[in-house]
Design a protein around this ligand. Structure first.
Ligand code: MRU
Length: 375
């Protein structure tokens, strides 16, 4: 998508040095566009853990490049064998909730393990990371194409009046490699000339909505309004939300959805007000081994993200303290929305009910794995 009229992806290989990967450092958005070089496994770990990159698909893509860096940091195949195990563990430990991380690491280990020489392993690691990025773009684009008719239908019913869509956190292009998940149908609709307006939940404590979603939509010319996290229920009661679309960090094969903290409350409010609640996701975010959403590991982050807030003051990015110095704070980063509250899942393969039957119907190749686990 575009920043200042110029096309960007969220992660890319340096144009002249293939040992360097570049990212947009999301900690400084929307106030500064900072491009950062990643060169080592430790750089990749730092970028994921400190949220220079964030969003489930982009976390996976960055981890894949992290494994490529591991292959560059050794001098022999023997060394690489143990080093890859260490790199895998380090990268895996960065953020526990997004399953794309584990998925990308496993794909890299399998691909690198399938070739013999160090040169081949390096080449394969790079190719796999690039393939993951390329595929993610295609997947997210297709999520948008499948979600588009849902928006078109409401637009028809409203005779062209703007379709009001509420979203939480940032499941936008910068949380993926391009297009985004929740935003992809919105971009597709806007590009087709359908009038849309997005209610952007600010998404405390890191404010991914207020900072990143609002910035993304603005850069693309999409009308939007930032609201405090607690406003959604009120808007739904007053008929001001036509549908919710959110992303997910991990979805069980039974359709329970882990996403940014506060998603569950939006789904409850949507159910109470008969507002359709959609979750947009690539199949790489489905955990084919987990049945019960409440067993998804929920990341707890530094309480400073709650006690302090970051913004722009006199053209400088500054952090200020919000809470009394002696108050404790807890920072649960995700919650789980049970399948029963979700109207449908929007995937790259189409739309389905958020249930085991619905998901397996779209991804029949996973049936055997799921059934064998149940035995
Ligand atoms: O903590 P974050 O900012 O990485 O959380 C991101 C989300 O919760 C997104 O909704 C999710 O990863 C989907 S991204 C397409």
């Amino acid at each position: 998508m575009k920043i200042n009229g110029q096309s960007y992806h969220s992660i890319w290989l340096h144009p002249t040095d293939k040992n360097i990967v570049q990212i947009i450092d999301q900690r400084f958005l929307p106030h500064q566009l900072v491009i950062k070089d990643l060169k080592t496994v430790n750089d990749a770990c730092f970028a994921i853990k400190e949220m220079l990159v964030r969003g489930a698909p982009l976390i996976g893509a960055t981890a894949a490049y992290g494994m490529y860096f591991a292959s560059l940091e050794v001098n022999s195949v023997n060394e690489l064998e143990t080093y890859l195990i260490e790199a895998n563990e380090k990268l895996y430990a960065t953020r526990p909730t997004a399953i794309n991380l584990q998925w990308a690491l496993q794909r890299q280990l399998k691909a690198i393990g399938a070739v013999s020489s160090l040169e081949e392993k390096r080449g394969t690691a790079l190719q796999t990371a690039q393939d993951i990025c390329k595929e993610d773009i295609e997947i997210c684009k297709n999520i948008g194409l499948h979600g588009l008719p849902l928006i078109e239908e409401v637009s028809r019913q409203k005779q062209g009046e703007p379709v009001n869509i509420l979203t939480h956190c940032n499941a936008g292009w910068i949380a993926t490699v391009d297009w985004g998940t929740a935003t992809s149908p919105i971009y597709q609709a806007h590009n087709k000339g359908i009038a849309v307006h997005v209610w952007v939940d600010e998404t405390r404590p890191r404010n991914q909505g207020a900072k990143i979603t609002a910035w993304e939509l603005g850069e693309h010319g999409i009308p939007h309004t930032v609201i405090v996290d607690n406003a959604g229920g009120h808007l739904m009661q007053h008929g001001m939300v036509d549908m919710c679309i959110v992303g997910t960090d991990r979805t069980t094969y039974t359709g329970d959805v882990a996403n940014k903290i506060g998603t569950y409350l939006k789904a409850l409010a949507a159910k109470d007000n008969n507002v359709p609640f959609y979750v947009a996701l690539p199949s790489t975010t489905i955990d084919w081994e987990l049945q019960d959403g409440l067993t998804i590991p929920i990341e707890q982050r530094d309480s400073k993200e709650v006690t302090h807030i970051q913004g722009l003051s006199n053209k400088e990015i500054t952090k200020v303290q919000l809470t009394p110095a002696k108050s404790k704070a807890a920072n649960y980063a995700f919650d789980v929305t049970p399948a029963r509250l979700i109207t449908a899942l929007i995937t790259e393969k189409g739309i389905c009910e958020s249930s085991e039957a619905g998901i397996l119907n779209l991804f029949p190749e996973k049936k055997q794995q799921v059934y064998e686990q149940g035995i």
